[in-house]
Design a protein around this ligand. Sequence first.
Ligand code: HEC
Length: 119
Amino acid sequence: MKPGLQFILLRLVLFLCGTVALPASAQDPAARSLAATCFTCHGTDGRSAGGVPPSLAGQDKNYLLQTMKDFRAGKRPATIMHQQAKGYTDQELEVIAGYFASVKTGPGATAPAAPASRY
Ligand code: HEC
């Protein structure tokens, strides 16, 4: 293998590792894609429409993490969150909780792409 190619491959591997190891934040695409499974019910970026189910955006990271662990362990009553929580490792839940905690809420926050008013 030519040294140039090895260098490129090394850079690629380092880049990919970096993507996974980055602290979870709203800017981290890997964290966002993991959290995206929750968007279906909890709204885009965890901003739920009308608060049902509750918005996850901007909630405390430790609260989100503990709640997910409690759902997974069956300690907290739920209709469907028991099932949702079971699919994730502790590490994944940490990334997801970090993602939602980092989403800004309230005035001045970047709103998710809203459809243009058609009426
Ligand atoms: C199929 C719809 C659905 C999906 C998908 C879903 N949730 Fe939920 N979530 C709910 C409902 C409904 C509740 C209310 C508790 C219950 O009945 O299970 C809830 C409650 C919660 C709560 C408690 C909120 C509070 O403050 O009381 C958290 C935290 C939560 N979900 C996190 C997540 C995360 C993280 C994901 C993605 C891994 C996720 N949910 C995916 C429907 C969903």
